[in-house]
Write a protein that binds this ligand. Sequence first.
Ligand code: HEC
Length: 161
Amino acid sequence: MFTRKPVKLKTWQYIGLGLVGIFAILQLFPIDKTNPTAIPEKDLFAVVDAPVNVKSVIKSACYDCHSYETTYPWYTNLQPFAWSIKDHINHGRKHLNFSEFADYTGEDRSHALEECVEVLQEDEMPIASYKLMHPEARLNDETRQTLITWFQQLRGNGSAH
Ligand code: HEC
C-alpha cells in the first residue's frame, strides 16, 4: 500500500517560516498616519514670500517630515520600515515644523533658518533613506545653492521676524 512520507522540513525551511511568522506579527502594529491639522495661516509660506521654485522644492523635499502635511506612501504600510519612517517624522517635526512657523519667536525663526542653511551646506537633509525612495528630493548642487541663498537672505533681512 502507498503510504505518504511524513513531511520533514530542513533547518533553513524552519528558519524561513519563522521569519515569515515574525514579519506577519509585526504587521499587527501599524503606525498612526493621521496628520495634526495644518493651519494655513501658521505655515512658513504664509509668513514669508518665496519664489515658486523655492516653495515647491521645500514642499517636496522637506514637508514630509517638517510639517503636518505628511504624505504616507504604500511602504509605510510595511512594518518595521514604517516605524523608522514615523520616528523620522516625529523627530523632524520636533526639530523644525514649517506648519507652526508663525508660532516661532523671532529668535527661534532665526535659529531655524540658520540650521536650514547648515544642513543644506553639509548635505545632511533630506536624509539619505528618504532620498532613496524620493527622487524629487535628491537636490542637485544648483537647487541646493538656491535654497541656501534663500534661507540666508530670509534670515539676514529679518523679514521672517
Ligand atoms: C525623512 C524625513 C526628513 C526630511 C525629508 C527632511 N528632514 Fe530635516 N530632520 C529630520 C530629522 C529626523 C531630524 C532630526 C535630526 C536628529 O535628530 O539628529 C531633522 C532635523 C532637521 C533640522 C535641525 C537640525 C539640527 O541640528 O537640529 C533642520 C534645520 C532640518 N532638518 C532641515 C531640513 C530641510 C531644510 C529639509 C528639506 C531640504 C529636511 N530637513 C528634510 C528628518 C527629515
